[in-house]
Ligand binder design. Structure first.
Ligand SMILES: [Zn+2]
Length: 417
């Protein structure tokens, strides 16, 4: 918890390629060297985007037929969104709960703001599954709406709760279509907007976003290594992503994953253990815009002489550890024998199927990828919003995750895979 606290105090703003991210990289280099790791950086090209200052996120106002219908929506520009004109734009709003419903609206979409109001599916036990399904409207919604002539989109925030906080995230534009502005709306306001539209169809919203896309830049991948005593050329990676959305300090996403990887190293050092194979912490700078840095890391010429055996990623928050998902079936058989050891520190299962967006590209090189999987019922309460703060992280749960990563890392360092 101390590592996470220091990181968030020193670098609460960590958008890829921003000054805040650079400070976070320096903070982690200091942390790694303090633990006794050999630390360095590798550069990655990243997109750069800045949220506007004037809007303090976004202003979206529902304009009903009467003044009393006026409703201020708590909204935030989606990451990589284009801005509206400086004065904002005003257009009638049409609501769609699915892409099929959008298509059925036909001509009504032209010149309108499309409001995607697709709640995350509460019936799915795995909240990541619900997120993956609903995220299509956030990532692809703007282009699907632009295809039909829409001028902007509002997207219901991706959280299972009804709250007042817009939850950001990236929008992905189809290069063949107009890049229209896109913003997330707090779930409570999405409900209110939907009710108002039902009562007064054709009502308008005034939307203003003053975010901007900047030329691509470079950002450091931060690496810290503990060389193995017997097979230092064989490497086990513990990964997280150091970038975070700007609406919060990104305590769970993914400050927790970065802190756990470093804390796992600190624990093993404090125990006086000496891993046979090398343990390497890798913190990526660009998960939120599409994990481009993970691809760059895997493709780097520096990987050619290396023998990375496994890469585990923690990017699901600092919650109670439950299990590990393995990207390789063969590795599953070999790792299954260690389940009793893992169970002793609270891990309930090891399953095939897993990895992570930043370590995923290493799998193509034969690296066994692994995802650290904590309980996920509350992850999206905080995700990408102003609610993802240090106080939302339970120190004991975070520390149990670090212990589990330490045990797994040490097993892999001693036994290989
Ligand atoms: Zn993340």
């Amino acid at each position: 918890m101390a590592i996470l606290t220091r990181l968030l105090e020193r670098a609460p703003q960590r958008l890829p390629g921003s000054p805040g991210y650079e400070e976070a990289a320096r903070a982690c280099l200091d942390e790694m060297r303090g633990i006794g790791l050999r630390a360095w950086t590798e550069s990655a090209a990243v997109s750069r985007w800045v949220r506007g200052a004037g809007e303090s996120a976004a202003s979206a106002v529902f304009l009903g037929r009467r003044a009393a219908d006026r409703l201020v929506l708590r909204a935030a520009a989606l990451g990589l969104s284009e801005p509206t004109p400086a004065a904002g734009l005003e257009a009638p709003v049409v609501e769609a709960r699915s892409f099929e419903e959008l298509a059925s609206l036909g001509d009504r979409v032209r010149g309108a703001i499309v409001f995607f109001n697709h709640p995350m599916d509460r019936t799915r036990l795995d909240t990541f599954s619900a997120y993956g399904e609903a995220a299509a409207f956030r990532t692809r919604g703007a282009s699907e709406a632009a295809r039909l002539g829409a001028v902007a989109v509002l997207v219901r925030s991706l959280t299972l709760r009804l709250d007042e906080a817009p939850h950001a995230g990236v929008v992905t534009y189809d290069p063949a279509l107009p890049r229209i502005p896109a913003a997330a709306v707090a779930t409570l306001d999405a409900e209110a907007l939907s009710a108002r539209l039902a009562a007064a169809p054709g009502s308008r919203v005034r939307l203003r976003l003053d975010c901007r896309n900047e030329p691509p830049g470079e950002a450091p991948i931060v690496v810290g290594q503990w060389d193995g005593t017997e097979r230092p050329e064989e490497v086990i990676i513990l990964a997280g992503h150091l970038d975070a959305w700007d609406l919060s300090p990104g305590a769970h996403d993914d400050g927790a994953g970065c802190a756990q990887a470093m804390e796992a190293m600190r624990i093993l050092k404090a125990l006086g253990l000496r891993p046979k194979r090398s343990l390497r912490v890798v913190l990526f700078p660009d998960e939120e815009y599409g994990a481009g840095a993970g691809k760059i890391y895997a493709a780097s010429p520096r990987r050619r002489g290396e023998k990375i055996l496994a890469a585990m990623e923690s990017d699901r928050g600092g919650f109670l550890p439950l299990g590990f998902g393995l990207g390789s079936d063969a590795a599953f058989d070999r790792l299954k024998v260690w389940e009793p050891v893992l169970r002793a520190c609270g891990i309930q299962w090891v399953r095939p199927g897993g990895g992570g967006s930043d370590v995923g590209p290493l799998a193509e090189q034969g690296v066994v990828t692994m995802g650290f999987i904590p309980d996920n019922q509350r992850y999206f309460d905080h995700h990408h919003s102003a609610l993802d703060v240090l106080a939302a992280v339970h120190p004991r749960e975070l520390e149990l995750g670090a212990i589990v990563e330490a045990v797994m890392a040490y097993v892999l360092a001693q036994e290989g895979i």
